[in-house]
Design a protein around this ligand. Sequence first.
Ligand SMILES: C[S@@+](CC[C@H](N)C(=O)[O-])C[C@H]1O[C@@H](n2cnc3c(N)ncnc32)[C@H](O)[C@@H]1O
Length: 277
Amino acid sequence: MRIVNTDQAEAWNGPEGANWAEQGDRDDPVNAALTGALLAAAGIGPEDHVLDVGCGTGETTRLAARLADRGRVTGIDLSAPMLEQARAAASAAGLRHVEFVRSDAQVHPFPDASFDVAISQFGIMFFADPVAAFANLRSALRPGGRLAFVCPRDMADNAWYVAPMSALRQGRGTGRLPESAMFSLADPVRLTHVLGRAGFTDVRPRPLDAPMNFGRDVEQAADWYLGSGPVMAVLQQENGPTAKAARAILVETLRPYEGPEGVRIPGANWLVTAVRP
Ligand SMILES: C[S@@+](CC[C@H](N)C(=O)[O-])C[C@H]1O[C@@H](n2cnc3c(N)ncnc32)[C@H](O)[C@@H]1O
């Protein structure tokens, strides 16, 4: 297995991956409307061969497998703990036409033109060399094959990130929130340029606004945030809050978003489709 995104591999095989693996145990780990829009845009047919990039614990992989019930679905991810859970869940669901590969999607040697469609839900923003990574995905698709993914728009439009992160940094003289890889494709001009250079055509980013679900209550949501990469980075700073103080700040900040359906915070994303010519 060749890995070039070593920082990402470290993060997703460490506490952050463990945190997401735990989140995968929940009933509604991600927003159903958002996932539904992604799958509809991908237009998966019953015999399609589907690639799920950065599949994590495999929720989208399993949903794609139900659509491609006579096809084949491959989930690729860097994270061993998340893939372990993905494999167990697919097996428990009796989905025999699903496989999971632990590898770096930027450089994985996919057989040429072997997929009809590639999807990704928040798994394609972390590439060190996005043009190379998308070119690799492009050559994994057959001519006419489709790419559909969801990625965040501007950080400032994503309350789920800005509200807790600003609250945690308040009064610590840290100023603006630092850049995060999560928002690396937020600029639609850059995004279109990257996909074009990677050899995709018909690149269409469309806004997709949907609340994101972070847990059934503020306690569970605070736990998730405390294990996330950006919050762990704040805690590790010299002037950062203690975990106990951070938890109290998170609970207070998340409280207004708590409702009967859990802790739901607005998210602003792109739903992007493109075609391998
Ligand atoms: C934000 S999580 C999203 C997981 C899942 N798609 C979901 O919606 O729950 C990002 C995922 O992308 C994976 N990832 C990041 N860079 C990757 C790469 N270069 N190759 C394969 N997977 C990658 C991470 O391991 C992680 O599981």
